[in-house]
Every structure is written in structure tokens, then in C-alpha cells.
Design a protein around this ligand. Structure first.
Ligand SMILES: [Zn+2]
Length: 255
């Protein structure tokens, strides 16, 4: 029986094959849940790198289209890298920090409520479990026992939706976005360093779109979606961004 479940070769009966399907489905779901939990940071890193590639290469293309010298294009790229990384870090820090402030204020309020009205808080927690489908007498018991263990923890998790794994970490978040942006921005910069002056525009545009498609495809695959769709989506927006900036650059370059 257990060998049959593991190898999934010849189901002996309809009942067994049904059980087999259920087990395989449960395993697949388990794997997918796992994937959702571990791809959070990967998704953030890929998005940061995408931003770095796209905004830096667009910036350099705009300046190059305005007939700037090779060294001006390079300086623009370096300035774009630093400005973009710092702006990503600042934005991420402020956003995550304000989230942490909200969580802290919520927890403070909850602590005060627990101290003032413990019975009311027990009813509140019980009502939450009932609303999730637990029968009233069991919900009463679960709420009581969880509150004996760690009342604030139980309310934080089940009432406010704050858990330790999702606690906001502003500095790590800021460093991670700045770092991933910089990694992305370095790609078009390196291409510009080695590219001959005459071919800067097509080389930056071509390699950046290639990197974007690759990252988009990998990100889609890591998230369990189709690689092709992910690559095409990011390539479309990349082409639009680079085309527009280059267009604006060549307009102003003529004046
Ligand atoms: Zn509460």
C-alpha cells in the first residue's frame, strides 16, 4: 500500500487510485505553500534588479540619444545607480518603518486592553475562532488555553495578523532594495564601458532587454507561473520605457 502510494505506478482499485490522487494533490499543495513563503525575498530582489536595469539603461539611452559623449553617458549611468539605490533605500526604509510603527502602536493598545478587560478580550478571540468555523465550546476552550500561554501573542497573531516571521525590518529591507537595484544598474554600466562609442545605443538597449527578459522569466518560474509570459511582460514595459526616454533625449538633443 505504501509502496503503491510512493511509486504511483499501477493503482489497484478505483478507491486506491482516488486516495492516491488525494495524496498527490496534498503533497503538491504543501510544496506550493512552501514556495509562496520562500519567494518573498526573491521576488523583492528581482524587482529591485529590474528597476536598476531599466531605469539606469533608460537614463543612459536618453543621454546617448542626445549625442552625449561616451564618458558623459557613463557618468550619467553612475549617477543614476547611486541616486536610484539611495531612493530605493529611503523609500523602503520609510515604508517598512511606518508599518513597524503601526504594529507597535497596535500591540501597545492590545496590551492595555488585555490589562483592562481580560474577559472582553477572551470573548473577542473566541468570536474570531467561531467566525473561522470552530464550534463555540471548542473556540471558548482554545481561546482560554492560548491566552493562558501567551495572551498578547495570541491576539497579535489572530486578531491583528502580526507574526514574528512577518515583523517589519526596515534596515534589512532598505539594504536589500538598494543592493538589488545596484546589481541591476551595474549591468548596463559594464556594457557601456566595453562598448565602442558608435554602438552604445543598440548594445545598451539589446543587452538590457535580454537581462530583463531573463530575470522576468526566472521570477515567473520561481513563483510558479509561465516563464514565457513573465519574460514577455517585462520586455514589453522595458521596450516602452527605453523607447520613450531615448525619444525624449533625441528631441532635446536636436535643439
Ligand atoms: Zn484583542
Amino acid at each position: 500500500m505504501s509502496r503503491g502510494l510512493d511509486n504511483a505506478v499501477i493503482p489497484a482499485s478505483p478507491a486506491l487510485s482516488e486516495q492516491l490522487r488525494t495524496t498527490q494533490k496534498a503533497r503538491r499543495q504543501q510544496r506550493e505553500r512552501h514556495r509562496a513563503a520562500t519567494t518573498g525575498w526573491l521576488r523583492a530582489a528581482v524587482l529591485g534588479a529590474n528597476d536598476g536595469i531599466l531605469s539606469t539603461s533608460s537614463l543612459m539611452l536618453g543621454v546617448a540619444a542626445a549625442h552625449a559623449t561616451h564618458s558623459s553617458v557613463l557618468i550619467t549611468g553612475v549617477a543614476g545607480l547611486v541616486a536610484g539605490a539611495m531612493s530605493m533605500a529611503a523609500g523602503e526604509y520609510v515604508s517598512v518603518h511606518s508599518q513597524a510603527d503601526t504594529e507597535k502602536a497596535d500591540l501597545k493598545l492590545e496590551r492595555a486592553e488585555l490589562a483592562n478587560d481580560n474577559e472582553g478580550e477572551h470573548k473577542e478571540l473566541m468570536a474570531i475562532y467561531i467566525a473561522r468555523g470552530v464550534e463555540p465550546s471548542l473556540a471558548n476552550q482554545v481561546a482560554r488555553q492560548l491566552m493562558e500561554q501567551d495572551a498578547l501573542g495570541a491576539h497579535a497573531r489572530d486578531e491583528l495578523g502580526i507574526s514574528n516571521t512577518f515583523r517589519a525590518r526596515p534596515v534589512q529591507a532598505a539594504l536589500a532594495s538598494a543592493g538589488s537595484f545596484a546589481v541591476g544598474a551595474v549591468m548596463p554600466l559594464l556594457v557601456t564601458i566595453v562598448a565602442p562609442s558608435s554602438a552604445v545605443i543598440p548594445l545598451i538597449a539589446g543587452t538590457s532587454l535580454g537581462f530583463l527578459a531573463l530575470l522576468g522569466g526566472l521570477a515567473a518560474r520561481a513563483g510558479g507561473a509561465g516563464m514565457m509570459v513573465g519574460a514577455l511582460r517585462v520586455t514589453f514595459w522595458g521596450t516602452l520605457a527605453m523607447g520613450l526616454t531615448a525619444g525624449v533625449g533625441s528631441l532635446f538633443g536636436k535643439a
